[in-house]
Design a protein around this ligand. Structure first.
Ligand SMILES: [Zn+2]
Length: 76
């Protein structure tokens, strides 16, 4: 059963089956979209730095660090 909880990313109220650590649908979509952009850039520039990545993908360093913490990407 789902209940209303606050999104861990934007704080909006949304329905979720999980009780903790749940992002709303919009944030989850954005998370996957940004991940695709980052992944694509890294595959083309395997030796890029996090600074280059942020500058060339328009994804903030803070957002990129979320992916590195989740171990979705590995970058210097
Ligand atoms: Zn959200």
């Amino acid at each position: 059963m789902s209940k209303m909880i606050n999104c861990t990313n934007c704080g909006c109220l949304h329905a979720s089956a999980q009780s903790v650590n749940s992002a709303c649908h919009k944030c989850q979509e954005r998370y996957h979209e940004m991940f695709e952009i980052i992944r694509q850039y890294i595959s083309e520039h395997p030796n890029c730095t996090i600074m280059e990545l942020a500058a060339n993908t328009n994804v903030s360093i803070k957002s990129i660090s979320v992916y590195t913490e989740d171990e979705k990407i590995c970058i210097r």
